[in-house]
Design a protein. Structure first.
Length: 251
């Protein structure tokens, strides 16, 4: 199975369901663990589903819809009344809403929200990535990021400055560059895992609902606990697998 074949299979994948038990989907998901390109595509696919689900939850169904459907099943031989037509109109509205949301995929104008940004960056950390520069020298990291025109004038919390750095990468978001710096918390790690603490830095203007300056906001994104805060013209996202107290050690 190649990447394109996996994408075709994963178009049917609904995160959070039993779809992952299907042998073909399971094989495609396993490939995504090894292929960074497919992992990024899968992250966008999952974010798209989450956006659709969130929109569907906001839809208010007509009162008595369940009873109406049951009664129509019992009298399916009768002509359609105005109420079934109302139901059909509601279904049509849902389909239209789904089409509108689907057009607003991550990376398209209008999807520059903090929630989608968090989802995308957490996916990069959890589903695999390749560091552009592997080094434990913070000076080399800043120089590399500056040369790549990625955010390099970041300000690290004092505690995070003491963490062991392992490298960096430059990622993309809404046609702007995102700095990704990889650290170690000090916990034992598998041999093939160089980092377990990730910091993402992006220009504040890239997020239409950037958080206000102040204390970090903590949230759970998939398996990642994240802390988000704004300082100056930058937004910082720090993430790690673990509970909130683990992150607080580095803030």
């Amino acid at each position: 199975m190649n990447v394109n074949e996996a994408k075709t299979i994963l178009l049917l994948y609904r995160p959070g369901t039993a779809d992952a038990e299907d042998p073909q989907i399971a094989a495609a998901l396993a490939l995504a663990q090894r292929e960074p390109e497919l992992a990024r595509w899968l992250e966008e696919h999952c974010a798209r589903h989450e956006a659709l689900r969130a929109k569907f939850r906001q839809i208010l169904l007509p009162a008595g819809l369940k009873e109406q459907i049951i009664s129509e099943q019992a009298a399916r031989g009768r002509r359609l009344s105005w109420r079934p037509r109302l139901v059909l109109a509601a279904v049509a509205a849902v389909v239209l809403l789904a089409l509108l949301v689907t057009r607003r995929l991550p990376g398209h104008p209008g999807d520059d929200t903090l929630a989608i940004y968090q989802n995308r960056m957490a996916g990069l950390a959890l589903r695999g990535y390749g560091m552009d520069l592997t080094t434990n020298d913070p000076v080399q990291i800043r120089a590399y990021l500056m040369a790549k025109q990625a955010p390099a004038d970041y300000v690290l919390p004092a505690a995070l400055q003491q963490a062991a750095v392992t490298g960096c990468a430059v990622e993309g978001w809404q046609n702007v560059k995102v700095t990704m710096i990889c650290f170690r918390t000090g916990r034992p790690l598998p041999p093939n895992q160089p980092s377990d603490l990730w910091l993402f830095v992006v220009d504040r203007a890239a997020l239409k609902d950037a958080p206000p300056a102040g204390r970090p906001q903590f949230s759970r994104v998939n398996r990642l606990t994240t802390a988000v805060w704004a300082q100056g013209d930058k937004v910082y996202l720090l993430g790690a697998e673990g509970a909130e107290p683990l992150l607080r050690q580095f803030l």
